[in-house]
Write a protein that binds this ligand. Sequence first.
Ligand SMILES: Cc1cc2nc3c(=O)[nH]c(=O)nc-3n(C[C@H](O)[C@H](O)[C@H](O)COP(=O)(O)OP(=O)(O)OC[C@H]3O[C@@H](n4cnc5c(N)ncnc54)[C@H](O)[C@@H]3O)c2cc1C
Length: 452
Amino acid sequence: MTEIAKVTVIGAGLAGSEAAWQIASQGVPVRLYEMRPVVKTPAHHTDQFAELVCSNSLRANGLANAVGVLKEEMRRLNSLVLGAADRNAVPAGGALAVDRDGFSGEITATLHNHPLVEVINEELTHIPEEGIVVIATGPLTSPALSNDIKTLLGEEYFYFYDAAAPIVEKDTIDMSKVYLASRYDKGEAAYLNCPMTEAEFDVFYDALIAAETAELKDFEKEIYFEGCMPIEIMMRRGKQTALFGPMKPVGLVNPHTGKLPYAVVQLRQDNAAGTLYNLVGFQTHLKWGEQKRVFSLIPGLEQADYVRYGVMHRNTFINSPKLLHPTYQMKGHERLFFAGQMTGVEGYVESAASGLIAGINAARAVLGQEGLVFPEDTVLGSMPAYITSADPDHFQPMNANFGLLPKPEKRMRSKREKNELLALRALDSLAGFAAQTGLAYTAPEDEEQSPS
Ligand SMILES: Cc1cc2nc3c(=O)[nH]c(=O)nc-3n(C[C@H](O)[C@H](O)[C@H](O)COP(=O)(O)OP(=O)(O)OC[C@H]3O[C@@H](n4cnc5c(N)ncnc54)[C@H](O)[C@@H]3O)c2cc1C
């Protein structure tokens, strides 16, 4: 019998651990490289796999929230990370929070004890030149490997920090107050514009410069020197600065009044489906609650729902819209897979979810099977669909959210009903996909017993 080739997984974080598990679960051997504790990162404290570097919460657990649906999908596909999280859960209301040592300890032991997993505690400084490789080295990828990846991808497609503006759901914008226009009517009217009077701008300005900001970690302080300025810092330099910058009204006559507004906040379409819009130039370091409070002073955004708040933090990630297939394979280098935060998915669960898909597909590549593109109406599939189809010129990482899923066929009365429908549709779609592709799938007990 011919020996099955080993897959190399680099990084035993949330994504790499899940990827290694999924590969080994398909009978394919894995060589898993983890540099800790030999080489440390600025945020990890232990030598354990899948260490949670900050909060011990994996966020909402129910189906009312997209990240809850994502967890349920992962449970059904035999996820190591979700299994360990459920077994090490601590009381946290509607959230899934874990005993961090128990959680990471279980994942570490499971992989160490797996007969198909060889663990090597070593920093890889170069991408191996042969074989199938999953690169899952996370937001704090070691500098040597970062340089090697940057050389492979091209400097312009590799980023060291994430300076993202908030993103809102289009359905929650008050469309009676905003207008569609491009500056000087050039090209198609691509922006939704939120106009402000001088009095509205003054109130907004005072609230913004006094709002509370999140604390920067020491290793994140370099960010501001890379030429990226948070909106609140720009505003603190003087009231006029933003009026000549991101809030400049020139060329944006308000068709409701026939006049130029005093200031404008522009919203740019963020996904192909047109369900999400970002606040152009509003990268910010304000605390999330403060963003909701201050940005609700922008006409049209009073009731807006945020699928992602603005952030500025150290984050190694790549331009996935240019570089990746939805299988998490690199275009033109299909033996290389990327997984985790570095692909532009954001969060513990999302990182593990991308590891799950990359792992399944890496094993399939070794076995000579075609890669699987998960359906876009599952939360698992909506993430690679987003990161590989977003605008490459303004690409920023993204959390799981219902705005990434195709709209329901019929209009629902309330957002709650719409989300319920999207959640059930996602789980149905995953069950159908698993049946069709032969993916190992565990139905929940009530589904198994149902007569249909
Ligand atoms: C400071 C900080 C706080 C965060 N807090 C949260 C939070 O509270 N909630 C949340 O949902 N998300 C949070 N995130 C975002 C993100 O979800 C986590 O970083 C998550 O751990 C990403 O998973 P990952 O598998 O991509 O990377 P990681 O979990 O970081 O795993 C990458 C692994 O690769 C290893 N590695 C790196 N380079 C090499 C190399 N050259 N050779 C071998 N091994 C290597 C690292 O040691 C690490 O173990 C935070 C991120 C940061 C940076």
